[in-house]
Design a protein around this ligand. Structure first.
Ligand code: PLP
Length: 400
């Protein structure tokens, strides 16, 4: 059989995708599965987005789009960056692609040479490291411990940067921990980066609007304008507007980088679906009240699940202030045996046994580069969360 490319050798299948598939398989067998692994909102896409897409289709907006994005959409993104982030980007500094994921992919493909390193505060979204490897680079994780709110210490960040470092990737609110960087913490990151002028910085702001407890969202180029020429500010409509299936991500950044990324874009895509672009203009320019209303519902769910989990002996979970994930510490269960007789020697064992014995699907911390934890998504109904918490409690209390 002909060969598969070497560049795929170290690239793994996303563990959260694998877990979600496991949940689907069990459900197809008729099992009542509580799926808490998926990283997507359970709310519907706003009607005005759907209406705009329909109107665009009816009006004949069904031809090849400009690859970088329609002028109308790039202008809406320009307004969004100014309104939400105090960032001024010229239209030429704005690029769209099929999701924030593709934006990140394009950025890495446009810049990474063999031997280049990419510093990634960890735990982190699974895809960062794999995209870096795909592009031929080396991911360099910087451990961010629970006692520091899963955020990097400036000294650790500084120590990880070498002459080979090409990028720093940051993500607040974070997947998988839900941690949010304060303005001071963002400034501390900026201060480190000012000392390393050869490094680009990508800020993945996809969970910007999922933020609780009155906390303010800050993005790096806003906090430190001296980094403006080195920061790629990445965002999208997936999480904020419940539009994961529409596939639109966008970014603002320095022109030379945007031009290089645009070059990648023209080779790996024909641009984002025209109807999606019309829908995105509608949500970016439309009423924003739904963001706060939905954030309040997420907060109530967070509080409920957090309270339930922290009341289970041996389980410990820090309080996240953003996104819709809990990153749960299960160190106390390593070395124990489940009620069903399964030995738990790490978080993957824990998560697998929880699926087998209680049909609750989560993702092991190992998939995000830190153990022993599991990630739980609370982007699902309160009723399912209650059932999930009941089952997790039964599972944990049955371990001995
Ligand atoms: N960035 C982070 C941190 C994510 O968790 C995800 C999705 O899970 C994405 C980006 C992907 O966003 P998009 O749907 O825009 O590709």
């Amino acid at each position: 059989m002909p060969d598969i490319a070497d560049r795929l050798k170290n690239v793994s299948v996303s563990a959260s995708v694998a877990m979600t598939q496991k949940a689907r398989d069990l459900a197809a067998q008729g099992v009542d599965v509580v799926g808490l692994s998926t990283g997507e909102p359970d709310f519907p896409t706003p009607d005005h987005a759907i209406d705009a897409a329909y109107a665009a289709a009816k009006a004949g907006d069904t031809r090849y789009p400009p690859t970088d994005g329609t002028p109308a959409l790039r202008a809406a993104i320009q307004r969004k960056f100014l309104r939400d982030n105090e960032l001024k980007y010229d239209i030429s500094q704005i690029l769209t692609a099929g999701g924030a994921k593709q934006i990140i992919f394009n950025a890495m493909m446009a810049t990474i040479n063999p031997g280049d390193e990419v510093v990634i505060p960890t735990p982190s979204w699974i895809s960062y490291a794999d995209i870096v490897k795909f592009a031929g680079g080396t991911p360099v994780p910087v451990a961010c411990h629970e006692e520091n709110g899963f955020k990097p210490l400036a000294a650790d960040l500084d120590a990880a940067i070498t002459p080979n470092t090409k990028w720093l990737l940051i993500n607040y609110p974070s997947n998988p921990t839900g941690s949010v960087a304060t303005r001071e913490e963002m400034q501390a990151i900026a201060d480190v980066m000012l000392r390393h002028p050869q490094v680009w910085i990508l800020t993945d702001d996809i969970y910007e609007h999922l933020i609780y407890d009155g906390v303010t969202f800050w993005t790096l180029a806003q906090v430190e304008p001296r980094l403006y020429d080195r920061v790629l500010t990445v965002n999208g409509v997936s999480k904020a507007y419940s539009m994961t299936g529409w596939r639109l991500g966008f970014c603002g950044g320095p022109l030379p980088l945007i031009k290089a990324m645009s070059n990648v874009n023209t080779q790996n895509s024909g641009g984002v679906t025209t109807l999606t672009q019309a829908a995105a203009v509608a949500v970016l320019d439309g009423p924003q009240d739904l963001l706060k209303e939905r954030a309040e519902i997420y907060r109530q769910r967070r509080d409920y699940v957090l309270g339930r989990l922290n009341s289970i002996p041996g389980v410990h979970c820090h309080t996240p202030q953003g996104a819709f994930y809990l990153f749960v510490n299960i160190a106390a269960f390593v070395g124990k045996t489940t009620a069903g007789g399964r030995a738990i020697s790490n978080d993957a064992d824990f998560v697998m046994a929880l699926i087998e014995e209680q049909h609750v699907v989560t993702v092991p911390g190992a998939a995000y580069g830190m153990s022993p934890y599991f990630r739980l998504s609370y982007a699902t109904s309160m009723e399912r969360l209650q059932t999930g918490c009941d089952r997790i409690t039964a599972f944990c209390t049955g371990c001995h």
